[in-house]
Design a protein around this ligand. Structure first.
Ligand SMILES: [Zn+2]
Ligand SMILES: [Zn+2]
Length: 142
């Protein structure tokens, strides 16, 4: 929240009640939340917040580099708190569960591919899709 208020000040914006409520709920929930899910959670705290304010605040958090916007294959955008350690994602095609992982080996291989290609990497997306352990146990055929 401190970082958020700082960025708002830098931009000459005031912190408003609804904006603060949305940001606080977002920072508390943290990971891979959709706008609809955030809306439902924020309404529990502040029933007067509208959907448009949710979108505007998500955009603002993104512009302030406090949020990552992810576009997994399921379609809707998901948001997570930025600034933590880099990680990649596994997405379960059955239940939608998102599992984060890190692999030094994959990161190193990407660097070596980049140097072979003579390119400079700015960022990457590594998304693995399949069945999570739980769904796999329910579908023993796979
Ligand atoms: Zn699953
Ligand atoms: Zn993540």
């Amino acid at each position: 929240m401190l970082a958020f208020h700082e960025r708002l000040r830098e931009r000459g914006l005031k912190s408003t009640g609804p904006r603060d409520d949305i940001a606080r709920v977002f920072f508390e929930l943290g990971r891979h939340i959709s706008a609809e899910e955030l809306y439902a959670e924020v309404r529990k705290v502040n029933p007067h917040v509208g959907y448009a304010t949710i979108y505007r605040t998500l955009k603002l958090l993104k512009d302030c580099n406090l949020l990552f916007e992810r576009h997994f294959e399921e379609g809707q955008a998901r948001y997570e708190v930025a600034g933590e350690h880099h990680h990649d994602h596994f997405i379960c095609e059955n239940c939608g569960r998102i599992i984060e992982f890190e692999s030094d080996e994959i990161e190193r291989m990407q660097d070596s591919i980049a140097s072979k290609l003579g390119v400079l990497l700015t960022h990457h997306k590594m998304e693995l899709y399949g069945l999570c352990g739980e769904c796999r146990a329910k579908k023993p055929s796979r």
